[in-house]
Design a binder for this molecule. Structure first.
Ligand code: 3AI
Length: 331
């Protein structure tokens, strides 16, 4: 089997996050989920979520599904790097993504979500595509959709073709040659503790020389920006007129009219260039002429993160074989 579904930016102006339609239950209930390779819980806004915490999101109602089953006594609770969090109970039900079906997928129903999820009305939940070891369900952790689907897939892979300010695609079970150019460069993945962790071969700022120092980090479709070591980030913003590291906004900002250099990162022998236009993320507040950078320091996180700003510049193969690898191609 295979599956293919759109990854749609939740805001037409800035690529904050992407959502993908999924169906849950019988008859099918359609929700838009944020596919997130940086976590491994599949959780949804639901009939168990307090209405005071719902603002326009679609919800999953297990009682309306003839195939839903309560996973008795199981609970979950997750926290994310940006401080957001959610928790709740667990059902299993039929689940499909782009025509690919899993019969009894663990669906984590939110009984509590933090405010940033409530205010993000375009995201009805998250679909974790990290390794199942990261799943937070207690007393028995649950498998991700990808792990449940793997045995049905021609090839144990999924690919991310995220795009700048337009819809891209997540494919499951096959690699679409029409989506990339040249060869795919595969690099090793360390699946411990559960992220798609790989090592980049270095970076360059604009037309500057390539610095071949290895950078270990995670490929995270659920994070908007790129977070790298401070030395790299300061080298980048030294090339941006008027850039400052703002305590007020929590990162590097600059005049939206500034000329930005592109940013190049290496994977093996291949080099990927993030265009300058991707390096300006969004105005700090609506209508402001001060913009927040797409590249920020990872010093506060402790992990380097290759988020959407970088992933949009490539076609990425998440190879779930044993051992797992990450494939990167230009497009
Ligand atoms: C503070 C929490 C730390 C980061 C850690 N949690 C994690 O690593 C979780 C699984 N992953 C995440 O917090 C990050 C990766 C952080 S690298 C340590 N990825 C998922 C995140 N972007 C999902 C998201 C999407 C939209 C809105 C908000 C959040 C933990 O539980 O210990």
């Amino acid at each position: 089997d295979t599956g293919s579904a759109a990854a749609v930016p939740i805001d037409p102006r800035f690529d904050i996050a992407y959502v993908t339609p999924v169906t849950i239950g019988t008859p099918p209930q359609t929700l838009q989920l944020d596919f997130d390779t940086g976590s491994s819980d599949l959780w949804v806004f639901s009939s168990h979520t307090p209405t005071s915490q719902i603002r326009g999101q679609e919800i999953y109602t297990p009682d309306k599904s003839t195939t839903s089953k309560l996973l008795d006594g199981h609970t979950w609770s997750i926290t994310y790097g940006d401080g957001s969090a959610s928790r709740g109970n667990v059902y299993t039900d039929n689940f499909t993504v782009g025509g690919l079906a899993v019969a009894s997928q663990a669906i984590q129903c939110a009984q509590q979500v933090s405010s940033s999820f409530t205010t993000e009305e375009s995201i009805d939940g998250l679909l974790g595509l990290g390794f199942s070891t990261l799943n937070t369900v207690n007393p028995a952790s649950q498998l991700t959709f990808f792990d449940n689907a793997k045995s049905k897939l021609g090839s144990p892979v999924f690919t991310a073709d995220l795009k700048n300010k337009q819809a891209g695609t997540y494919d499951f079970g096959f690699i679409d040659k029409a989506k990339y150019t040249g060869e795919i460069t595969y690099v090793p993945v360390n699946p411990d503790p559960g992220y798609w962790t790989f090592t980049s071969s270095g970076y360059a700022v604009g037309s500057g020389n390539f610095s071949g120092s290895p950078i270990t980090g995670i490929a995270d479709t659920g994070t908007s920006l790129v977070y790298l070591p401070t030395a790299i980030v300061t080298a980048y913003y030294r090339q941006v007129q008027g850039a400052t590291n703002s305590r007020n906004y929590g990162g590097y900002v600059f005049p939206c009219s500034a000329t930005l250099p592109p940013f190049t990162f290496g994977v093996g022998e291949t080099k990927f260039t993030i265009p300058a236009s991707y390096m300006s993320y969004a105005p700090v507040t609506d209508g402001s002429s001060t913009c927040f950078g797409g590249l920020q320091s990872s010093s506060g996180i402790g992990v380097n993160i290759w988020g959407d700003v970088a992933l949009k510049a490539a076609f990425v193969v998440f190879n779930g074989a044993n051992p797992p690898t990450l494939g990167w191609a230009t497009k």
